[in-house]
Design a protein around this ligand. Structure first.
Ligand code: NDP
Length: 291
């Protein structure tokens, strides 16, 4: 048996097409959604992410601004930039690229963003809204995972979902979303006892660990749907390549469907960022939200 591939590239291009159509409709009313991305320092991976976000934002017909601060920028300078962006009516979404340099209090910065413009969904208010099942800005990576799961499985109600990883960015919001879909949710982490057995109970297995190919095929229930969030760089024959947290070659023999790395969750994350920016713009203008 070989699992179906969940094609995040194709799916994300459909989502970006829908967002672009929504943006085009708004522009007929003279409204242009705008996303401001803030980058502190010169982390090469972050620079690539920020550049890609800018390109895709403009491709969708939105305004895009990149604010680059030096690595030694003060907390006060960053807070004052956030305050400016909060007050700017042309800016509907604000994203502060993580990780921030160590001398910056990342939580204080995130919580200084206007929650209505918090398109990453990391502000404490949005976390609380999501946790209580209210209308929130939902973090982009778990939102993308949920969209792919719904597309593949339809109704998720009653399914056993295991999320491996409990970060605020991926694991916890993913678990909240799955609970919202009436799954029976288990969150596993580095202290979980008998992780293989926990994973084998999953109809839906989401891996968000950051350890290359940690989850082999024999931890996976036959026919399960596997979402691999991990992005790990490994050396392979003198070249660097990306692999997930799941051992794809053995998992594909057992799972019912699986996301590849690259080309699975990754492309959906930016598509969801654009979708969140469009949603934030509609809410700011009192217009109906896109579905
Ligand atoms: P974090 O490092 O913040 O969290 C990792 C989680 O994995 C922790 O909860 C940790 O447990 C758990 N963990 C670590 N080792 C084990 C183990 N041996 N067994 C079980 N659990 C373990 O990572 P993130 O959530 O930020 O990211 C996870 C992965 O997803 C990374 O590869 C990252 O690159 C990728 N990612 C991909 C995105 C995309 O767009 N596709 C976006 C964001 C992240 P504990 O809490 O006990 O320490």
């Amino acid at each position: 048996m070989s699992a179906d591939l969940i094609d995040g590239k194709a799916f994300s291009s459909r989502v970006r097409g829908l967002v672009a159509a929504g943006v085009a409709e708004l522009s007929q009313q003279g409204i242009v959604p705008g996303l401001a991305v803030v980058l502190v320092g010169e982390d090469p991976a972050s620079e690539v992410y920020v550049r890609n976000k800018g390109i895709q934002t403009r491709e969708a017909g939105m305004n895009s601004w990149e604010h680059k601060l030096p690595a030694e920028a003060s907390q006060a300078a960053l807070m004052s930039l956030i305050a400016e962006l909060n007050a700017d009516p042309a800016v509907h979404g604000i994203l502060v690229q993580l990780p921030l340099p160590k001398h910056i209090d990342a939580e204080a910065v995130i919580n200084a963003i206007d929650p209505a413009k918090d398109v990453d969904g990391f502000h404490i208010l949005n976390v609380g809204l999501l946790g209580t099942g209210q209308k929130a800005m939902v973090p982009c990576t778990p939102l993308g995972c949920l969209m792919m799961l719904r597309d593949r499985l339809g109704d998720l109600s009653g399914l056993n979902a295991v999320v491996v990883g409990r970060s605020n960015i991926v694991g916890k919001p993913m678990a909240q979303l799955l609970l919202g879909e009436s799954c029976t949710v288990t969150i596993a982490h580095s202290r979980t006892k008998d992780l293989p057995a926990v994973c084998r109970s999953a109809d839906i297995l989401v891996a968000a660990v950051g350890r290359p190919r940690m989850i082999p095929g024999d931890w996976i229930k036959t026919g399960a749907t596997v979402i691999d969030v991990g992005i790990n760089r490994i050396e392979d024959g003198g070249r660097t390549r990306l692999v997930g947290d799941v051992d794809f070659d053995s998992a594909v023999e057992v799972a019912g469907a699986i996301t590849p790395v690259p080309g699975g969750v990754g492309p959906m994350t930016i598509a969801c960022l654009l979708a969140n920016t469009l949603t934030a713009c509609c809410r700011a203008n009192g217009l109906p939200e896109p579905e």
